[in-house]
Design a protein around this ligand. Structure first.
Ligand code: 7TS
Length: 416
């Protein structure tokens, strides 16, 4: 598709998302907070309603019509997710989100880590990819090491070469930064981890909505992500693991469904991946997740990457015209996804968010669950605009218009 066709194609996508039809503070809603969570197309909402109106029942247990239908539909999604990221069905574990997936990994690999070992993450990680490792280090006596960043917010490969060594047991890195938008050179990092026999984990929460993921090609041990950031429902996450790596993982949640047999004093566990899924799963949302995957694939991941790349280029050009503005992260659009963190001198990010909200524009302000990254830049907070497939060039124009007059609005005290 050429550029004009692409723009027309994506402009039509907006109508698939009912929430975007509303006005906020008298303006058409401009939703630039997709990094926090994306909006849901009607097909996803319909799927949730259909489940509860037609076949709500528990999975993997009932020998009755409704339960069989729910189980069939639920299990079909496992295969769908596997195909979506080029893994196998038995390599997909459903969790409630990226955070839980990472906690399962930190807890489930703890028996592979001892005192003196090292876990490597980077300076741009989300707290979900920091705190579980800190806990693991506390319990085992291992050390947490950081890959530092270049000035323009990319992983410094020199630093990576230094901190990944024969003491390293686990390397866990964001595929795309939720703050800087950096698309990380993850293949280089995975190769380094392999060289020293360490497990490689990619936090794909911010990558999966923007680009085609092929876990075979990436060749990582584990890849984790959340449905709610990819136009799917909340409360569903994925922990992909190479089958041989899942064999090394121990379950951290125990109870029903994850067992094979339970005796008075001990139990045996179900096969992979079921032994990692204790209790009743989030059935309705997993089933609706399939509709989100279908939506992404019908739209075309390559089209999405291309269109968002175009928005990124435009956004970077326009925002460079705003006075007293600092933009964090890579300057080259090729190195980033459509996530932009910035500050305007003299205006706190919370106030900036309130000013934009007056015009119906939703962004996120604060530390974005990445406090070590904020410390790296010597700031306590930033504004963040994160775009998705339904955002447009016209929305960027409106956003930039407000940024240009933000100082005068702020000085007049006309925020709320
Ligand atoms: N990893 C990254 C890179 C993220 O961006 C997020 C959520 C998580 C992990 C955690 O995902 P969850 O679905 O378990 O919550 N990021 C954000 C954000 O940037 N703003 O709100 C949530």
């Amino acid at each position: 598709m050429d550029e004009n066709k692409l723009i027309t194609f994506f402009k039509k996508k907006r109508k698939d998302f009912p929430i975007l039809k509303q006005k906020v503070k008298g303006h058409d809603l401009i939703y630039f907070d997709n990094g926090a969570t994306s909006q849901k197309p009607q097909v996803v909402i319909d799927s949730l309603v259909e489940y509860y109106t037609k076949y709500n029942s528990n999975v993997h247990r009932g020998i009755h019509t409704l339960s069989e239908e729910a189980t069939l539909k639920f299990e079909a999604v496992r295969g769908r997710v596997a195909k979506f990221i080029s893994g196998n069905e038995d390599e997909i574990v459903f969790t409630n989100g990226t955070t839980q997936s990472l906690n399962f990994l930190a807890g489930g690999l703890s028996h592979k880590v001892t005192k003196g070992d090292e876990i490597v993450i980077s300076r741009m990680e989300h707290h979900a990819n920091i705190v579980p490792w800190q806990e693991l280090c506390k319990r085992t006596g291992a050390k947490l090491k950081y890959i530092e960043l270049t000035d323009d917010g990319r992983l410094d490969l020199k630093s990576a070469n230094k901190v990944i060594n024969d003491k390293t047991r686990i390397v866990s890195i964001a595929h795309v930064s939720n703050v800087l938008g950096t698309v990380n050179q993850v293949k280089d990092i995975i190769k380094l981890a392999k060289k020293f026999g360490a497990y490689s984990i990619l936090d794909g929460a911010q990558a999966v909505p923007h680009m085609k993921i092929n876990v075979r090609d990436l060749d990582c041990d584990f890849y984790v992500f959340s449905a709610h950031k990819m136009y799917g429902p909340t409360g569903v996450g994925v922990l992909y693991g190479k089958y041989s790596s899942l064999e090394d993982l121990e379950p951290v949640n125990f109870g029903g469904s994850m067992i094979y047999e339970v005796f008075g004093e001990e139990s045996t566990y179900n096969k992979i991946p079921f032994k990692f899924e204790a209790g009743t799963p989030n059935i309705a949302d997993v089933i609706a997740f399939e509709k989100a995957i279908n939506y992404l694939e019908e739209t075309g991941l390559d089209n999405i990457t291309k269109y968002e790349g175009l928005l990124t280029k435009y956004f970077l050009e326009k925002i460079s015209q705003v006075e007293d503005l600092t933009l964090y992260g890579p300057k080259n659009p090729k190195d980033r996804a459509a996530v932009f963190s910035f500050n305007i001198e003299g205006i706190h990010s919370h106030d900036m968010s309130s000013i934009l909200d007056k015009f119906g524009i939703a962004i996120r302000a604060g530390h974005h669950c990445a406090m070590p990254l904020m410390a790296n830049y010597n700031v306590s907070a930033t504004c963040r605009a994160s775009l998705g497939l339904y955002n447009t060039i016209e929305e960027i124009d409106k956003f930039i218009e407000v940024l240009k007059k933000a100082k005068s609005i702020y000085e007049k005290g006309d925020i709320f």
